[in-house]
Design a protein around this ligand. Sequence first.
Ligand code: ATP
Ligand code: 3PG
Length: 408
Amino acid sequence: MLLSDIINQLVTMDKCLKKDKVAFIRIDINSPIVNGKIIDDFRIRAHTVTLRLALDAGLKVVVLAHQGRPGQDDFTSLELHKPLLEKYLERPIKFVDDVIGPEARKQIKELKGGEILLLENVRMLSEEVIEKVPEAQAETMLVRKLAPLGDYFIFDGFAVAHRSQPSVVGFPIVMPSCMGYVFEKELRALATVFEKRGKGVTLIAGGAKIPDTLKAIEQLLKNGLVETVAVGGLVGFVFAVAKYGVVNNLLRQEIEKGGFLPYIDKARYILDKYGSQIHTPIDFAINRNGRIDIDIYSLTQVPLDIGRSTIIQFKEIIRQSDIVIFSGPMGYIEDEKFAMGTIELLRAGADRNLILGGGHTIFAAEKAGVISKAFHVSTGGRAFIQTIGGEEMPAVKALLISAKKFWA
Ligand SMILES: Nc1ncnc2c1ncn2[C@@H]1O[C@H](COP(=O)(O)OP(=O)(O)OP(=O)(O)O)[C@@H](O)[C@H]1O
Ligand SMILES: O=C(O)[C@H](O)COP(=O)(O)O
């Protein structure tokens, strides 16, 4: 089924905007944290639009969200996110360091219309990180304790839509649910791409998510949803080795370090089938007392960016495209010298219809000054790649069930 047909079967947020009703809104404000500080608040800013719509309508808003994964350094309390949410919402918000316990439930019951309560990181509940089908997630403590206190569930967290977790897929099974503003906007932007059936659509794919990106590239080409693919970043290393053989052991060793050697065969398979549509780097930039560009046969160090000739070639591809999907940087963007490939291609893409996603890609796009010119900036990382690869999102599946069950 076409994505646009699926969207038409889902319920829009306006149906849930009823004064004094209690709405659980699942957002994704999972943000990069360094030394205990949020260093990029793009997702927080994005979701304030949805929250403001709900509050202005007089809903009693209960926010569900996560940060990091248990055991990781960035697994923190959402108390850290509260001041930023308040800053962008321009109103005070309540916070409770509890998700389903008596204090959380008491505060939900005490909410007044137009007030907002942020619950603690939902992944503090161990059941939250276990993936199961929506019907099973409806039986979790989270859903059983909270759902009876609410009237609606609004799903807005596109970036977590690929997870079949309780806070994503459990509520739609037991209560009327709808798409939040951000989520709907994301789906509609991607539907626009899919409607072109590949004509004039180019994917610029880089970054470090080798398995997901290769899968998305294969799916997009197989389904005819893109005409051209240009690869850089670590994804580009894999395709370069697959295409040119072991022209240089350095690239192969770098791929091996990450445990991605099997993906060279996968890239070779994709190249065998769709080779004429895929463009791989022909030169790279390395660090030899500064940036120098070097052809693929002469590499002496692991490359940190695509080279100048590749940039020129990829820019020409972009110039001939109507839509440019940008996912994952072309190089080591943390160092300005090696952000050049990514920044130049993003600027070229901004003259077309540019769609971009991924934390690092957005960071580079901010540096390149193209955020406001882009056709769509996705809040999703892995979810973005998976959706453009045509995979069914568990969140969508759950919302479809809810639409049939409660809104038909
Ligand atoms: N040639 C390279 N050498 C070293 N690092 C590279 C190179 N190319 C890309 N990277 C790194 O890949 C990382 C970004 O890859 P990733 O796939 O995570 O991008 P993203 O999808 O935009 O971001 P996110 O995962 O945060 O959503 C960056 O840290 C970047 O420095
Ligand atoms: O940042 C993301 O991609 C989302 O918040 C999902 O996070 P996860 O990969 O830890 O589920």
